[in-house]
Write a protein that binds this ligand. Structure first.
Ligand SMILES: N[C@@H](CCC(=O)N[C@@H](CS)C(=O)NCC(=O)O)C(=O)O
Length: 220
């Protein structure tokens, strides 16, 4: 164990936690997980014991603390470059960072109307707002664009992911893939194949299996 701890929330619900968890798993580095159950009276005080920002995820690497999912993902890619978690080509890398930032900063309506609930397969989300429908359309546009322009483009011959081989961009969009599947949102063919590719990842299956063993949170 190389003194790495990832502090996360419930695997069924914590979409922000899934992102750096996938990135860290993809490096093959062993790490410790601290899982803090969300929506409990002591959730905030427990998280604050680990991170003054008061949110999960947070990564501890020796005496270094890194927080905010996007910053953690970038730190992981930079610390273990052999995992090749960003595209090789600088132009592809710039687009990857653009779509990662768009995910991190945006899609509030989708996040509100279709909260991540991996085990909630097939349950209708009610009527998604016009803003959420716009988010869903924009996400499919991003996926089509990345797959079309960069999917076959990596030096190791492409792959099924946004930039060919698995990258941080996929870590950022994996929770969205689960929302679209959980709530049965109809998708274009490229986006549907991309969601299949995310679900086919062994590390994604590992997270899903663990989420199925958790106690469900009470409905709001
Ligand atoms: N911008 C943050 C968002 C983190 C976030 O909202 N985490 C939620 C769980 S998914 C949380 O910590 N909630 C507990 C709380 O707010 O008390 C990131 O990207 O890491």
């Amino acid at each position: 164990m190389n003194d790495l701890t990832l502090v996360i929330g419930n695997k069924n619900y914590s979409s922000w936690s899934l992102r750096p968890w996938l990135a860290l798993k993809a490096t093959g580095q062993p790490f410790k997980e601290v899982l803090i159950p969300l929506r409990r009276p002591d959730t905030k005080t427990t998280i604050l014991l680990h991170s003054p920002a008061g949110k999960v995820p947070a990564l501890k690497h020796g005496d270094l603390l890194v927080w905010e999912s996007l910053a953690i993902c970038e730190y992981i890619a930079e610390t273990w470059p052999e995992a090749k978690l960003l595209p090789d080509d600088s132009r592809a890398r710039a687009v990857a960072r653009s779509v990662m930032s768009e995910m991190h900063a945006g899609f509030a309506a989708l996040r509100h109307d279709l909260p991540m609930d991996i085990c909630r397969l097939g349950k209708a989300p009610g009527i998604p707002s016009e803003e959420a429908r716009h988010d869903i359309a924009r996400i499919q546009q991003i996926w089509q664009d990345c797959r079309g322009r960069f999917g076959a483009n990596t030096d190791d011959g492409g792959g099924d992911f946004l930039f060919g081989r698995f990258s941080l961009a996929d870590c950022m969009y994996a929770p969205v893939a689960t929302r679209l599947r959980s709530y049965g949102v109809p998708l274009d063919a490229v986006s549907a194949a991309y969601v299949d590719a995310i679900y086919a990842l062994p590390i994604m299956q590992e997270w899903i299996a663990a989420s199925a063993k958790e106690q469900p949170l009470p409905e709001d």
